[in-house]
Design a protein around this ligand. Structure first.
Ligand SMILES: Nc1ncnc2c1ncn2[C@@H]1O[C@H](COP(=O)(O)OP(=O)(O)O)[C@@H](O)[C@H]1O
Ligand SMILES: [Mg+2]
Length: 429
C-alpha cells in the first residue's frame, strides 16, 4: 500500500455492508405498506377466516429484499405481539428443502415456546408436534423403526391426538397412529419413506391445526434462490425446481407465507397467485442516505474522515456507478478502510478491492469478463463463450458468480455482477 493510502485509512466501529437491521432502512415506505397491509389483515382476521396468503419479494442481489421484509416483520411483531407466531428461515443456511422445512418446524417450536413463556396460550400439542416434525424432517433415509421411535416419544406424552389434521396426516403418510399410547410397532409396508413431499404435507397439517385452534403463523423464507446454485444442465435445473416445489407446498397452509428471491429466479414462482413485489434499485441520492444513516452510528473521527471533499467526491462517483445498496456500501467501506476512498486513488482502489474480493481470479481475467460484455448490460451465452473460452474462464466466471443468468431457468443470457461495476466504469468510461 502506498504511504498516501495508509494516511487515509478509516477505522470503522460497527459499519457493515450486509447488516439487515431494520433500523438502518432508508425509504421503501410504499413497499413496506404493500407487505404490511395483507399481513396485518391476516393476523387480525377472525379465527373463522381460513384463508392463507403468500407474497413474494423479488429484486436483484443486494437491492434490499431482506431488510425490507425484516422491517415489516418487526413492525408486525411490535404492533401485534402475541397474535402470531413469526418464523424466519434462510435457505442460504440450509441444504435442500427438507432442511428448510426442518428449519421452519424448529423456528415454529422456538417461537411457540417464547409465546408460552409470555403467557400467550398455545394449543397443548403445538410444541411437541413442531418438535416431532423437525425430527422427522431431519430423518433423511427414514427407517420405519426410527419413525416409530421418534413418534412414540412424543405420542407417549399424549397431547398429539388433539392435533386432528396432523393425526390424520401421520396416519395417511406414515401409517402411524398417535392415539395408541404404547410403543406398539405395526408392520408397515415398505416405501413409506419421508419423501415426495410427505414432510410438507405434515407441516401443512400441523399449521392447519394451529390455525383452527386460533394461532396465526407467518413464515418468512429468505433467499429461495440459494437452495441450490446449479443451473448448468436441464436436469440440474429440474432438481432445483423440485426443491422449490417442495417448499411451495407450504402455500396450502392457512398461514402468511413470505418469500424472497432474486429476480432471475422468479420464473419458478409462476404459480404464486399474486404478482410479486418487485424492488427496484435505489437512486444515487438514496444510496448516499443509506451511507449517512450507517455513519450516524460511527465515532466522530470516522464521520470526519468521510466528510472531506475528496471522500465525498468519491462517494458520489461510487453512488453513480452502483445500483444496489449492497455493492455501494461494500465499495465505500472497503476503500475507506484501505485508505483509497479518493478520486486520485480511484483506479488503484478499485483494482485492489477486486483482487481481495475475488482471490482466485486475476485482475486480467476480471477485465476480460467485463470486456466480454462490450458495454452492454446483458450478453448472450454464445458471445461470452467465444470471448472467454467455452470451458475455462466462462465456467470460472459462473462459479464465482461474476456473471449471473438473467433467467435461472433458461441460462442463455447473462448479466455482470454489480461488484464489477466500478472497474467496468473505469475500463469502458
Ligand atoms: N433501503 C435501504 N436502506 C438502507 N440500507 C439498505 C437498503 N436496502 C438495502 N440496504 C442494505 O444493503 C445490504 C443488502 O440488503 P439486503 O436486504 O440483504 O438485500 P437482498 O436481500 O435484496 O440481497 C444490507 O446491508 C442492507 O442493510
Ligand atoms: Mg436477502
Amino acid at each position: 500500500m502506498s504511504a498516501k493510502a495508509a494516511d487515509h485509512r478509516v477505522y470503522f466501529q460497527s459499519f457493515s455492508w450486509y447488516d439487515t437491521d431494520p433500523t438502518l432502512l432508508i425509504d421503501r415506505e410504499d413497499e413496506r405498506e404493500q407487505l404490511y397491509g395483507p399481513l396485518k389483515a391476516l393476523v387480525t382476521a377472525p379465527p373463522t377466516a381460513r384463508r392463507g396468503l403468500s407474497m413474494v419479494v423479488v429484486g436483484g442481489k443486494g437491492v434490499g429484499k431482506s431488510i425490507v421484509t425484516l422491517a415489516v416483520l418487526r413492525r408486525l411483531r411490535e404492533e401485534h405481539s402475541g397474535q402470531a407466531a413469526i418464523v424466519s428461515v434462510d435457505c442460504r443456511a440450509h441444504r435442500g428443502w427438507r432442511e428448510v422445512l426442518a428449519g421452519v418446524a424448529e423456528g415454529l417450536r422456538d417461537e411457540l415456546i417464547e409465546l408460552q413463556d409470555v403467557k400467550i396460550p398455545v394449543p397443548p400439542y403445538a410444541i411437541d408436534a413442531a418438535s416431532l416434525l423437525r425430527d422427522l424432517a431431519w430423518l433423511d433415509e427414514a427407517k420405519e423403526e426410527r419413525l416409530h421411535e421418534f413418534t412414540a416419544t412424543y405420542t407417549r406424552k399424549g397431547a398429539l391426538s388433539a392435533a386432528l389434521e396432523l393425526r390424520k396426516g401421520l396416519s395417511v403418510e406414515l401409517g402411524i397412529d398417535v392415539t395408541v399410547k404404547d410403543t406398539q410397532r405395526r408392520a408397515v409396508s415398505g416405501g413409506r419413506l419421508l419423501d415426495d413431499g410427505r414432510v410438507s404435507n405434515l407441516l401443512v397439517a400441523l399449521l392447519t391445526d394451529l390455525q383452527r385452534d386460533g394461532l396465526r403463523v407467518v413464515v418468512f423464507i429468505d433467499n429461495l434462490d440459494e437452495l441450490d446454485h446449479r443451473y448448468a444442465t436441464a436436469s440440474e435445473r429440474g432438481v432445483v425446481r423440485q426443491e422449490v416445489e417442495g417448499l411451495l407446498k407450504l402455500r396450502e397452509a392457512p398461514i402468511a407465507l413470505l418469500l424472497n428471491a432474486r429476480t432471475y429466479f422468479s420464473g419458478a414462482l409462476g404459480r404464486v397467485t399474486d404478482p410479486p413485489l418487485v424492488l427496484k434499485p435505489l437512486p444515487p441520492a438514496l444510496l448516499c442516505d443509506a451511507l449517512t444513516r450507517r455513519l450516524r452510528d460511527e465515532p466522530e473521527a470516522v464521520r470526519a474522515a468521510l466528510n472531506t471533499p475528496e471522500a465525498q467526491e468519491e462517494v458520489r462517483w461510487l453512488s453513480g456507478v452502483s445500483e444496489t445498496p449492497l455493492e455501494f456500501l461494500c465499495h465505500v467501506h472497503r476503500r475507506a478502510q484501505a485508505g483509497t476512498l479518493r478520486p486520485d486513488l480511484r483506479e488503484t482502489g478499485a483494482r485492489q478491492e477486486l483482487e481481495s474480493l475475488f482471490p482466485n481470479l486475476t485482475l486480467d481475467q476480471l477485465e476480460r469478463v467485463i470486456r466480454a460484455f462490450e458495454g452492454r448490460p446483458t450478453q448472450h451465452r454464445a458471445a461470452l463463450e467465444d470471448a472467454l473460452g467455452r470451458d475455462y474462464l466462462f465456467l470460472l466466471a459462473i462459479d464465482n458468480q461474476l456473471i449471473l443468468p438473467v433467467d435461472f431457468w433458461r441460462p442463455e443470457e447473462f448479466t455482470l455482477d454489480a461488484r464489477l461495476f466500478p472497474l467496468r466504469a473505469l475500463l469502458v468510461g
